[in-house]
Design a protein around this ligand. Sequence first.
Ligand code: NAD
Length: 259
Amino acid sequence: MSREMLKDRVAIITGAGQGLGRTVAAEFAGEGCAVAIVDINPQTLGGVETELKEKGHTVMGYPLDITDHKAYGEAIDDVAKKWGHIDILVNNAAISLYGTILDDSLEHWRRQMSVNLEAVYMGTKMVVPYMVQQKFGRIINIASIQGFLSSGQCGAYNAAKGGMINFTKSLAVELAPYNIAVNAVAPGFMRTPMALINGVQESEMPDFQTWYVEKRHIPMARTGYPEDISGTVVFLASDYCRYMTGALLVVDGGLSSTF
Ligand SMILES: NC(=O)c1ccc[n+]([C@@H]2O[C@H](COP(=O)([O-])OP(=O)(O)OC[C@H]3O[C@@H](n4cnc5c(N)ncnc54)[C@H](O)[C@@H]3O)[C@@H](O)[C@H]2O)c1
């Protein structure tokens, strides 16, 4: 569906080795965008880089842990040096570790906060000076409906996503004078590697099928695919998104509209 909506733009996408980040990278590249893809997993990232290069797209892979702020900062500076500007940042990489307040650990809390929130702060802080200089930027934060709802057992993840939603609004206010728009997307259940529980897709489990599909607690009666979300991210990065900042776009098949 390429319309070259992101022609000549440069984007950094974190967590692009698989799942939603991978699909966003492919769609951005297909829309004419040069993509700098970041992931902690060099194997999956290398696969995406090779695939996109073979299709003739402009892509550069940066295998690194975004909580390593020095390595992440060097990658950001390298993108600006190579391609001359950074127009779009998609803060997508995240981890989710299950546990209740009774059995979870401070170590889990800290790791989720450092990947899901602190690295978002640091990555944004390091990219924004380039956007301010060019008086243009689009920052898209991939949050979750768990940032404002909860199914329990992932307090740290939910707290980080809730923080991300409010951080989005704060940045939107601070950065509007520089023509930088900051928006967030909240996916519902998505069919990606993150949704594997003991090797089984959450959406294929009998309870999920009964409650969310047959009883239509997801009104659209299915889980979402990365392709159901990535178009929203393309829109937020494109010139069609001119007068929207600080918004949270919920893409969940209607799940958060039911009770
Ligand atoms: N899967 C879902 O149901 C769901 C629902 C709502 C929101 N989300 C959000 O969507 C985004 C994408 O999720 P996904 O389902 O594609 O997840 P995923 O686990 O399939 O992919 C996440 C990617 O991030 C990378 N990553 C993790 N920690 C990293 C780090 N420290 N440094 C660099 N890269 C790192 C992983 O290697 C992986 O490639 C996340 O922000 C997630 O919270 C997912």
